[in-house]
Design a protein around this ligand. Structure first.
Ligand SMILES: *[C@@H]1O[C@H](CO)[C@@H](O)[C@H](O)[C@H]1NC(C)=O
Ligand SMILES: *[C@@H]1O[C@H](CO)[C@@H](O)[C@H](O)[C@H]1NC(C)=O
Ligand SMILES: *[C@@H]1O[C@H](CO)[C@@H](O)[C@H](O)[C@H]1NC(C)=O
Ligand SMILES: *[C@@H]1O[C@H](CO)[C@@H](O)[C@H](O)[C@H]1NC(C)=O
Ligand SMILES: *[C@@H]1O[C@H](CO)[C@@H](O)[C@H](O)[C@H]1NC(C)=O
Ligand SMILES: *[C@@H]1O[C@H](CO)[C@@H](O)[C@H](O)[C@H]1NC(C)=O
Ligand SMILES: *[C@@H]1O[C@H](CO)[C@@H](O)[C@H](O)[C@H]1NC(C)=O
Ligand SMILES: *[C@@H]1O[C@H](CO)[C@@H](O)[C@H](O)[C@H]1NC(C)=O
Length: 699
């Protein structure tokens, strides 16, 4: 549509007047008992579901939206099945106090922020307990308990108990510098005492000596909170973003004064950072405990707790050479969803951490299922092979932030098993093509993401289509299909010399526009066709209900079925009524001088008993099989006129009908007279390739 606001507004108003919703919303009987799903007719010129992704840098706490009717943060309500009983062990070092005990903005990382400065050492444990798990002003009311309750729909909560502070026997850098062969900071250990000292041994040892084994053993898991920064959130901001070259790192950021080492050091993803950044710990989890720094936000704790539940990482090196695309990026807690939060990733070094990494994304449907936050109830199990005999599967999927039990369909997503032959995608080489998914996946997953609950800080709302593996052992175990695979070309930051650094090809934010959307002209895609795997996924429609809950109607068919030519035996059928046109109206849009619309009735004349007979899906999908999907196209032959098809897909139950509205407009003053403008609608059945067309005369 036009880029100016007012003409578009008037066009919308006009169109609404033309297409009286009440006249068309009358329920029609459907022969097979399916409710007739008729949308209130909307302006056919309007974009049904425009993609409007948001850069995490530009988000604020105002972006948070609670799922309607939920109070997951209520600490008086523990998890239905399990309240994780977690000990948090706080530790500091002879050479490094807790940053929050310092004066505001006084350390070399410009921490702590004024919102938490000058604390007494003995008050630090309670401060972090409250920051992470007691709703308060500083954390904007958001806690780990809220995250896990919302993620598991009340099944799992978090009970955190804090211990310490304990002073560690070695210097902070001795724990932070990972100088083992192949470690993150090889060669960065100053002469003198050793590095790669095990923080777990000393921190958990100090705790056990203090409280005794009986108390310690009563906890399922332990979080170690280490004084100071963590390297994951510091290496870039206090490396290449701050210093022009390794030689430019000042002594302030270098090793202890008597060391002969340079002021820069090796780090995980790129060749150098400041020694000071490299000397801090990299959060990790294993053996029932995890390590975090003061800069590690709530999302870092949620990420590490996920590992403690037995699931691996699903992230790439964003700066690798050759480059490799992110796997699930901002949409997964096991990928860079753990960076989500207002202000974006480059605020993650802040202490206290209440911006980037303070509210990670929810787990993907696959991961929720894997770590038992959900069972299979809300997931429709579909066989790729059975699709060709069962015909299309259609269901309404609800945003994964919303408890499926509270929704109309109860369905969160599809798990389409690539049975009989596995992943048949043509081979590609991840060393040569950054967009190569690596092959050998087991399933397609389809789920709806809405910027709601802990997904509030994901960049977009829409449908996520991904390929998944059943095992976590091989990364990526989940790979998002990117609806917009081209380089987004967005500035990440400016180097000290003023040169813009754009998101790398491997940056997780390349997936900001990955989600699929319904309808035409959305800026995204409404279908995914995988010919090799014979899977075709259709985003049929979308609805945000009056309570704010987002759902998408999604269909799946075999990719080859619509190529079927045997019309005689086909159980599928389609007729299109002659279109009825609305009166031709003068439009005040910048594009059109006159507009109208044609309304067609699409009838599914197929017979369901035939279509759904021999289905052998892993579960009984009868409820979701009674529909056919239609691909639509519209045209107008009159010169100077054009058609707008808001949705190039339609669906209808066997024996049922649906409306298709096509907008038609005279471009400027061009073209022929208004009389007799002929609009043609064509449809083809996805289930069986049956075609139909109908015309409508406007004016
Ligand atoms: C988004 O944030 C970036 C980086 O902080 C800034 O340059 C840009 O102007 C912001 N965009 C909007 C729309 O606020
Ligand atoms: C939380 O854990 C502490 C220590 O184990 C325990 O005393 C308390 O009862 C627990 N609270 C809840 C709500 O489970
Ligand atoms: C530097 O000082 C530390 C602590 O005072 C000491 O352990 C180390 O051996 C010294 N290193 C050198 C190279 O003198
Ligand atoms: C998807 O199906 C596979 C069987 O191919 C199963 O192992 C896996 O657990 C299912 N995943 C989900 C999320 O339902
Ligand atoms: C993939 O590409 C790399 C780099 O060009 C090459 O060394 C490797 O042999 C290729 N792998 C296969 C299986 O072709
Ligand atoms: C600025 O610094 C970056 C990063 O070191 C470098 O890649 C780039 O070439 C520099 N640009 C100029 C104009 O010197
Ligand atoms: C269906 O037919 C089209 C056009 O002939 C072709 O491009 C496409 O590859 C076919 N799809 C399958 C799955 O065979
Ligand atoms: C479809 O079903 C009808 C009645 O159930 C039957 O008469 C007809 O032969 C079937 N057609 C096919 C193609 O199986």
């Amino acid at each position: 549509m036009s880029s100016t606001t007012s003409p578009r507004m008037s066009l919308v108003a006009l169109a609404c007047a033309l297409f009286n919703p009440t006249a068309l919303a009358a329920p029609a009987p459907a022969s097979n008992g399916h409710a007739f799903q008729r949308r209130a007719v909307v302006d056919p010129f309007a974009i049904l579901d425009e993609q409007k992704w948001v850069n995490p840098d530009n988000m604020t706490w105002d972006d948070f939206v609670a799922p309607p009717g939920t109070t997951w943060g209520d600490t008086s309500k523990p998890g239905r099945e399990r309240n994780f009983n977690i000990a948090m062990v706080t530790v500091d070092y002879p050479d490094s106090p807790f940053a929050v005990t310092l004066e505001a903005n006084s350390d070399i990382f410009n921490n702590p922020l004024p919102s938490a400065a000058g604390l007494k050492r003995e008050d630090v444990p309670k401060f972090y307990l409250d920051l992470l798990n007691t709703p308060n002003e500083l954390n904007e009311g958001h806690t780990l308990h809220e995250y896990w309750m919302g993620d598991s729909f009340g099944k799992y909560g978090v009970n955190l108990t804090v211990f310490g502070p304990y002073r560690m026997p070695s210097l902070s850098y001795q724990y932070g510098i990972d100088d083992e062969q192949g470690g993150f900071n090889e060669g960065a250990c100053p002469e003198g005492p050793p590095c790669s000292v095990d923080l777990r041994t000393d921190a958990l040892g100090a705790w056990r000596r203090d409280v005794g084994d009986e108390v310690a053993d009563a906890f399922e898991l332990a979080f170690i909170l280490s004084a100071g920064q963590d390297e994951s959130s510091t290496w870039q901001e206090f490396g290449e973003m701050k210093f022009a070259s390794p030689a430019d790192v000042p002594d302030e950021f270098g090793p202890p004064g008597n060391s002969s080492l340079p002021n820069s050091a090796k780090t995980r993803y790129v060749s150098w950072t400041s020694w000071a950044a490299a000397s801090t710990i990299w959060p990790n989890a294993g053996g029932g405990s995890s390590t975090q720094g003061e800069s590690s936000g709530m999302a870092t704790f949620a990420h590490e707790l996920s590992h403690l539940l037995g699931i691996g990482d699903n992230y790439n090196n964003p700066y690798s050479n050759p480059a490799r695309r992110a796997y699930t990026g901002p949409f997964s807690m096991l990928d860079r969803g753990s960076f989500n939060g207002p202000g974006g990733p480059h605020t993650r070094y802040q202490i206290p951490p209440v911006q980037g990494a303070s509210m990670g994304s929810l787990h993907t449907m696959r991961d929720k299922h894997q770590i038992k936050l959900i069972d299979s109830t809300p997931i429709l199990q579909v066989s790729r092979t059975a699709l060709s005999s069962s015909g299309p599967v259609v269901a309404k999927l609800f945003a994964r932030a919303v408890d499926p039990a509270s929704t109309e369909s109860g369905i969160m997503g599809f798990n389409i098993t690539l049975d009989s032959g596995g992943d048949k995608s043509p081979a590609c080489n991840t060393s040569q093509d950054p967009l190569c998914d690596g092959g050998a996946y087991d399933n397609y997953n389809v789920e709806v993401i809405d910027r709601m609950g802990a997904d509030s800080f994901t960049p977009d709302s829409g449908v996520m289509i991904s390929k998944t593996r059943n095992s976590d052992r091989r990364q990526p175990f989940q790979w998002v299909i990117d609806a917009n695979p081209e380089d987004a070309h967005v500035v990440d930051f400016y180097y000290p010399n003023g040169t813009a650094r754009y998101w790398s090809i491997g940056d997780y934010r390349q997936l900001v526009d990955a989600l699929f959307h319904a309808g035409t002209r959305s800026g995204s895609q409404f279908e995914h066709i995988d010919t090799a795997n014979d899977v075709h996924i259709y985003i049929l429609d979308t609805l945000r209900d009056e309570t704010g809950v987002l759902s998408y109607t999604v269909g799946i068919s075999s990719a080859s079925s619509s190529n079927s030519t045997s019309k005689v035996a086909s159980p599928y059928g389609l007729t299109l009524s002659k279109g009825t046109s609305a009166p031709l109206t003068t439009a005040s849009s910048s594009k059109y001088s006159q507009i109208s619309a044609c309304t067609f009735t699409l009838s599914n004349t197929g017979s369901p008993s035939n279509a759904t007979s021999s289905a052998s899906h892993p579960q009984d999908l009868t409820k979701y099989l009674g529909q056919d999907i239609y691909k639509l196209s519209a045209s107008v032959a009159t010169e100077g006129w054009e058609v707008v098809l808001p949705n190039a897909l339609a669906h209808a139950p066997f024996g049922g009908q649906t409306e298709v509205v096509v907008g038609v407009g005279r471009i400027g003053q061009g073209g022929a007279a208004a009389e007799g403008v002929k609009v043609v609608l064509e449809g083809v059945s996805v289930g069986g390739g049956v075609r139909a067309s109908a015309a409508c005369v406007v004016g």
